[in-house]
Design a protein around this ligand. Structure first.
Ligand code: PLP
Length: 437
């Protein structure tokens, strides 16, 4: 053998991709697919943008790489100055990296560096049950996906965990319909107190839990109550907007739905829409200035990449010029309504939830008891395969907060998806569900 790809689809033959345009992908046999998941909820501005390709080529032709400690890059300066006013962070400083996991690692280190610079030896980071923050060791440690963590447990263990807002299987069912924010805030406070407040550096969470828990939108009182507890104990708030950032949920950032101003924010996926592996760690001016007094011991060869910045800037300009954040809100309402119309009465559809163009359908064996299907049946995986046969690409997850491993179909199409394509997605996925269940 001369060499082979270590495949992410072991044992399965994959179609060979030939090209893409907007929300469509084509394979080498000429088959068309509607990309209702944007890959892994990555592609915002759509496939096949010559504009972004040209921006990448122009930067690479001029100069592709300089070390971030040796040169400033005009593309990076312009990118950060254009992005800054859109970020829900006070006096934002942007540290560009190569993806979501690197951005999370950087944020965790910034949180620790901030406290150390203030003379406080805080190291504990609190994550949430069922959460996903990436596959590198630090990011996996603050994640709550047991299946992903299991082989690596000997390397993990410094993070603590609190409850996730997951209304369909809420830990505090009696609090509804008023909202369970106060109860989650109390649970978080108990974890902080148990760890010793002087030890807790940060709390990390997605504003709207994305693929792992399936588009879980918290009740309106959740974020105000959570941020109040964090501030009271001097715990930094890290908003993981890797999935929810750059318009995905119908606002520029998920934090915007509740006016949350995190101390640190991480983004990736939609930032360069898949055209370049770009991630961003953003910190407030206060966090930045404090860290810089002592110096930040951290760095990656490919951080502050000029081509990444050119790709991010081109994507940002398209999002702004074409009103794609507003489009995500509109098309999202349509997708939610059509999924509800197609599937609202299906005996194995337990919940349909989401915001903007991030939606999930939770499948259950029994609607009354909300009992999930046995994992061995691999229901979501089979539906994703059936949908692909019908030319609709979905994403699946086994959302596992509150001890329940279930079957989730996740929808996150490019924000450029047309109304007719939204209908195709809703009908195609509903037919795939009916075929399997
Ligand atoms: N955080 C969240 C919320 C994510 O959804 C992901 C990826 O799915 C990550 C972090 C990790 O990002 P990456 O896969 O780019 O390392």
């Amino acid at each position: 053998m001369t060499g082979a790809v270590f495949s992410r689809a072991a044992g399965r033959d994959l179609p060979v991709v030939a090209g893409g345009r907007g929300a469509e992908l084509f394979d080498t046999t000429g088959r068309r697919y509607l990309d209702a998941a944007g890959g892994a909820i990555v592609v915002g501005i759509g496939h096949g943008s010559a504009e972004v390709a040209d921006a990448i080529a122009a930067q690479a032709r001029s100069v592709a790489y300089v070390h971030g400690s040796a040169f400033a890059s005009p593309s990076l300066t312009e990118y950060v100055e254009t992005l800054g006013p859109l970020l829900p962070v006070d006096d934002p400083y942007v540290y560009p990296v190569s993806g979501g996991s690197e951005a999370v690692e950087t944020a965790l280190k910034m949180a620790r560096a901030y406290h150390l610079a203030r003379g406080e030896d805080r190291s504990v980071v609190i994550g949430r049950t069922g959460a996903y923050h990436g596959n590198t060791r630090g990011a996996l440690d603050v994640s709550g996906r047991d299946g992903l963590r299991a082989p690596y447990l000997p390397w993990l263990g410094s993070a603590a965990r609190t409850t996730s807002p997951y209304e369909y299987r809420c830990s505090f069912p009696d609090s509804h319909p008023n909202g369970c924010g106060a109860q989650h805030a109390e649970a978080l406070e108990q974890v902080i107190v148990a760890q010793g407040p002087q030890n807790v550096a940060a709390f990390i969470a997605e504003p709207i839990a994305g693929a792992a828990l399936g588009a879980c939108v918290p009740s309106a009182d959740y974020w105000p109550a959570i941020t109040e507890v964090c501030h009271r104990y001097g715990v930094l708030v890290i908003a993981d907007e890797v999935m929810t950032g750059f318009g995905r949920t119908g606002r520029w950032f998920g934090s915007d739905h509740w006016g949350v101003r995190p101390d640190l924010l991480v983004a990736a996926k939609g930032a360069a829409s898949g055209y370049w592996p770009l991630g961003l760690t953003v910190c407030s001016g206060e966090v930045h200035d404090t860290i810089q007094k002592a110096g930040f011991v951290h760095g990656f060869t490919y951080s502050h990449h000029a081509v990444g910045a050119a790709a991010g800037l081109a994507v940002l300009k398209i999002l702004q010029r074409d009103g794609l954040v507003e489009a995500a809100a509109e098309r999202g309402e349509q997708l939610g309504a059509e999924l509800q119309k197609e599937l609202g009465d299906h005996p194995h559809v337990g919940d349909i939830r989401g915001r903007g163009l991030l939606w999930a359908v939770e499948l259950v064996a029994d609607r009354e008891t909300k009992a999930p299907f046995p994992r061995s049946e691999r229901v979501a995986e089979r539906i994703v395969a059936a949908a692909k046969e019908r030319g609709v690409l979905l994403y699946h997850s086994t959302g596992c907060a509150n001890g329940t491993e279930g079957d989730l179909l996740v929808f996150g199409p490019p924000l450029v998806i047309t109304p007719a394509e939204v209908t195709e997605v809703a009908k195609g996925s509903a037919n795939a569900i009916r075929e399997i269940l």
